[in-house]
Design a protein around this ligand. Structure first.
Ligand code: ADP
Ligand code: ZN
Length: 734
C-alpha cells in the first residue's frame, strides 16, 4: 500500500492529475492521514479546497472511494470535473435509469472507478447496500458533514444513519468534511460518526478574499441596482426571504438590463434546472434565490453575494456568503439590514415547538447582533466559530473595519458584568444578565432570588441603558473574557481570560458604540472603490477573449465553463501568455490532462493574440536573445524608415555599430527592404559606392572576408563593405 511517505510522490501526483503546483493549507497532512487509513475530520472554509482531500487519495488508493454528498444536483457536476482531469468518477442516485445503474455497478466491480458519489438516501437502499458489500471500497468521504447536526444550517435526517451503514460495509476509514463548524456542530458530527479518535484538521475560517459589508436597508431597490450595476457582467447571487420577493427582485434587475433569473422552490423543476444551468453556463449573471433554498451552487467565480433580506443564522450567512470567491479571487458580501426583517423571521417560527422556537430565536439574535454591532464583521464571524482574531489583522472588511473607533475605559463595568455572570452560576444569556445588572424586578429573577445579589441593579445610571450593557457583554465575549456554552445555546460563561481578569483586574478599553443608522447610505460608492482598487495585473482584453472562447467550448461540450478552466488559471494565461502545450500545462490548475482535452483552441487564440499585439511571451523569455532581437528589429526598421543615423540607433539600443550591422543584415536576409541611402551617402563617397556596387554585381560570393581580400588595394573598411552589401541586397534581392 502506498502511504505517501514520499513528499515528491504526492506533489507529483497533484501536478500530474490536477495541474496544481502546491498543496494548500493542510491538504497534504490530511491526504496523508487518509492514505494511512485513519479517520479524519476536516473543518475548512468554503473554497479552501476540501474536495482535493479525498479526490487525491481516491486516485492513489486501490478500490473505489465512496463520497457521500447531500445534493444530487451537484453530483453530476463533480463527476464532470473529475472527468475533465481524466479521473473515473461516477454517481449513483435516483436520476439514473436501471441500465445506467447496472453499468456503474459493473464498472465498480471491475475496479476501474476511483470515486462513487452517492446521496445518503441511495445508501439506504437494500440493493445498493448489497452491491457495495461486494465492491472493493477504499474509504468513505462524508462531504458537508454538518448536515448531521440539527444545529447546522442544513440538517438532513438521513445523514444520521450514515454511520451504521458504513459499519455494515466493513472496517472502512472515514473522512468527514465540513465548512460550517460552530463548536456545537463539530461536537455533533464527532458524536454521531463516533469519530472521537479521528485526526482533526481545523483551518481558519477567515476568508481573506471576501469583503463583508452591512448597510441599513433604506431604499433597497436603489441600493441593489446600484450595487449590481457596478458589478455588471460579474456573476452574483441575491438572497431574499420569500418567493414573492425573489420574483420581484429578479424582475427589477431584468428591467434594469441585468441578466438575472429567479430560483425558488415554487418554480417547477424544469424551470429551476434551466435557470441554474443558465447561471452556471454564463447565460445569466445574477441568480435571485430564497435563503431557504440550499442552492448547490458550486460555481467558483461568484463575485458577489447580496443578502437582500436578513439571513436566519450566522451559520447560514457564512455559508451563503461563502459561495462567493471560491476561486480565491476577491469577492463582495453585501447585506441590506433592517431589524424588521429579524422580527418577520421570528414570526415564521411562532408555530414551532418551544425549544425549536427558542433555538431559532437565539440564532436570529446572533444575526441581529452581527448586523447591528460596530465591531469588525470578520472578527465577529470568526469569534462565532470559536476562533480568535485580532481586528488589527483585518484589512478587508466593509463598513466598520478601518474606522478608528473612539475607545473608553471599560474596566469597572466589565468587572461588574463578569461578576454577574459568575454570581448567577454561568447559566444565563445576555438579556437576562442585563436584567440583573439593571435591577429589573421580574418573576424570573425573583424565582432565582437574584434580586438579593450584590450586583443587582448596580449598573443603573445615566447613559447606562440596556443597549449599553448588552453591547458591553458582547464586547466581553468578542474579547474572550466570556465564552459561550457549547451545550446551551447563548449561555455565557467566564473564559480563561475572564478568570484572570477577575483574579487581578487590569485596565481594559472597548470601542465606543456607534449607530449603524448614522452611517450615510451614499457612501456606498466610496466603499466599493475598495474592491476595485485591486487593479488587475492581467491582460483584460485577452482574458475576455479567453472567457468567450471558454464559453463557446463549454457550450459545445455541454459543460459549465469553469469546468474547462477556472478564472485564476485564465488570469494566469492572460499574464504569461503560454503559446505551447508545455507552457499551458505549467499554468496552475491546468495540467497535461486538460491541455490534451481543451488546450488547442486556447493555445491558438493566445498565439494569434500575441502575434497581433507583438507581445513578449513565455517562450520568448526563455530564449531571451531572440526576443530582444525581434523587438529590436522592429525598432531598427522603424528608425531607418525615419532616416535616423545608424550610430544613434545603435546607441539607443546599447549596441555596438557592428552589432547593429548584424541586426540590419539579418533583417535584410530575411527579406525586408531597407533604404540606407540617407546614411551611406553621408559616409561613403559616390565613386567608392559605385566601385563596391560593381564588385558585388560581379562577385561570386557576398562573403565580406572575400571582398576585403579582393578589394585590398582600394582600402575599404569592413563597415563600408557591409553597408554597401546591405544596399545591394536591398535593392536587388529583396
Ligand atoms: P471547498 O470544497 O473547500 O469549498 P473546493 O474543493 O471546491 O473547495 O476547492 C475550491 C477551489 O480551490 C477549486 O477551484 C479548486 O480547484 C481549487 N483548489 C483546490 N486545491 C488547490 C490547490 N492545491 N492549488 C490550487 N487550487 C486548488
Ligand atoms: Zn474587519
Amino acid at each position: 500500500m502506498i502511504t505517501g511517505q514520499d513528499t515528491n510522490f504526492l506533489k507529483d501526483k497533484l501536478h500530474e492529475v490536477f495541474g496544481y503546483h502546491q498543496f494548500r493549507g493542510n491538504q497534504e497532512e490530511i491526504i496523508r492521514s487518509v492514505l494511512a487509513r485513519k479517520n479524519t475530520f476536516v473543518i475548512m472554509p468554503t473554497g479552501a479546497g476540501k474536495s482535493l482531500c479525498y479526490q487525491l487519495p481516491a486516485v492513489i488508493m486501490e478500490g473505489t472511494a465512496i463520497v457521500i454528498s447531500p445534493l444530487i444536483a451537484l453530483m453530476k457536476n463533480q463527476v464532470d470535473q473529475m472527468t475533465t482531469v481524466s479521473v473515473d468518477a461516477r454517481f449513483l442516485n435516483s436520476t439514473l435509469t436501471k441500465s445506467e445503474t447496472n453499468r456503474v455497478k459493473q464498472d465498480i466491480l471491475s475496479g476501474q472507478v476511483r470515486m462513487l458519489y452517492v446521496a445518503p438516501e441511495s445508501l439506504n437502499k437494500e440493493d445498493n447496500l448489497a452491491f457495495l458489500k461486494k465492491a472493493n471500497i477504499s474509504f468513505v468521504a462524508i462531504d458537508e458533514a454538518h448536515c448531521i447536526s440539527e444545529w447546522g444550517h442544513d440538517f438532513r435526517p438521513e445523514y444520521r444513519k450514515i454511520k451504521s451503514i458504513i459499519d455494515s460495509l466493513g472496517n472502512l476509514p472515514v473522512i468527514a468534511l465540513t465548512a460550517t463548524a460552530t463548536p456545537k456542530v463539530q461536537q455533533d458530527i464527532v458524536k454521531n460518526l463516533q469519530m472521537e479518535n479521528a485526526q482533526v484538521f481545523q483551518s481558519s475560517f477567515n476568508r481573506t478574499n471576501l469583503y463583508y459589508e452591512v448597510r441599513p436597508k433604506k431604499n433597497p431597490q436603489k441600493q441593489l441596482i446600484r450595487f449590481v450595476k457596478k458589478h455588471k457582467g460579474k456573476c452574483g447571487i441575491v438572497y431574499c426571504l420569500s418567493r414573492k420577493t425573489v420574483e420581484e427582485v429578479a424582475e427589477l434587475l431584468r428591467v434594469n438590463d441585468i441578466r438575472a433569473l429567479p430560483y425558488h422552490a415554487g418554480l417547477d423543476a424544469s424551470a429551476r434546472v434551466a435557470n441554474q444551468d443558465a447561471f452556471l453556463n454564463e447565460d445569466a449573471d445574477v441568480i435571485v434565490a430564497t435563503i431557504a433554498f440550499g442552492m448547490g451552487i458550486d460555481k467558483p467565480d461568484v463575485r458577489f453575494v447580496i443578502h437582500y433580506d436578513a439571513p436566519k443564522s450566522l451559520e447560514g450567512y457564512y455559508q451563503e456568503t461563502g459561495r462567493a470567491g471560491r476561486d480565491g479571487l476577491d469577492a463582495y458580501c453585501f447585506m441590506l439590514y433592517d431589524h424588521n426583517d429579524i422580527q418577520k423571521l421570528e414570526k415564521f417560527n411562532k408555530d414551532k415547538p418551544v425549544t425549536e422556537r427558542d433555538n431559532a430565536r437565539y440564532l436570529l439574535q446572533e444575526v441581529a447582533d452581527y448586523a447591528e454591532s460596530f465591531i469588525c464583521r470578520r472578527k465577529q464571524l470568526l469569534r462565532y466559530f470559536g476562533e480568535s482574531f485580532s481586528q488589527k489583522d483585518c484589512t478587508n472588511c466593509g463598513d466598520k473595519c478601518g474606522t478608528n473607533l473612539e475607545k473608553y475605559k471599560a474596566t469597572e463595568h466589565l468587572l461588574l458584568a463578569l461578576k454577574t455572570v459568575q454570581a448567577t452560576g454561568e447559566r444565563f444569556r445576555i438579556n437576562h444578565l442585563v436584567d440583573v445588572i439593571l435591577g429589573e424586578y421580574n418573576d424570573y429573577i425573583k424565582s432565582y432570588d437574584q434580586d438579593k445579589l450584590e450586583m443587582f441593579g448596580k449598573g443603573k445610571g445615566e447613559d447606562l441603558d440596556r443597549h449599553y450593557w448588552y453591547t458591553l457583554i458582547r464586547q466581553a465575549f468578542m474579547h474572550a473574557f466570556l465564552e459561550k456554552d457549547i451545550e446551551n445555546y447563548g449561555v455565557m460563561r467566564i473564559g480563561e481570560k475572564g478568570h484572570k481578569f477577575l483574579g487581578n483586574p487590569f485596565e481594559v478599553s472597548f470601542p465606543k458604540s456607534i449607530d449603524l443608522e448614522s452611517t450615510v447610505e451614499d457612501d456606498l460608492e466610496e466603499q466599493e472603490t475598495h474592491l476595485q482598487d485591486n487593479t488587475k495585473a492581467h491582460d483584460e482584453v485577452l482574458f475576455d477573449l479567453l472567457k468567450k472562447l471558454r464559453k463557446k467550448i463549454a457550450k459545445e461540450k455541454n459543460l459549465p465553463p469553469y469546468v474547462i478552466f477556472q478564472d485564476p488559471s485564465m488570469e494566469e494565461m492572460a499574464t504569461v501568455y503560454p503559446t505551447t502545450r508545455d507552457e499551458l500545462a505549467q499554468i496552475n490548475g491546468v495540467g497535461m490532462g486538460k491541455v490534451v482535452k481543451f488546450g488547442k483552441p486556447f493555445i491558438d487564440l493566445i498565439n494569434k493574440y500575441v502575434e497581433e499585439n507583438e507581445i513578449e511571451t513565455a517562450s520568448d523569455v526563455v530564449v531571451k536573445s531572440t526576443v530582444n532581437k525581434s523587438k529590436t528589429k522592429i525598432f531598427i526598421i522603424q528608425q531607418i524608415d525615419r532616416k535616423i543615423d545608424l550610430e544613434e540607433i545603435a546607441d539607443s539600443k546599447s549596441l555596438s555599430f557592428d552589432e547593429l550591422l548584424d541586426e540590419v543584415e539579418h533583417i535584410c536576409y530575411s527579406g525586408t527592404k531597407l533604404n540606407l541611402d540617407y546614411y551611406i551617402d553621408q559616409v561613403i563617397e559616390g565613386d567608392r559606392q559605385d566601385d563596391l556596387y560593381d564588385y558585388f554585381m560581379s562577385a561570386e560570393t557576398d562573403n565580406i572576408q572575400t571582398a576585403l581580400r579582393e578589394l585590398e588595394e582600394e582600402d575599404f573598411s569592413e563597415e563600408e563593405i557591409r553597408l554597401m552589401r546591405i544596399k545591394f541586397l536591398s535593392e536587388l534581392a529583396n
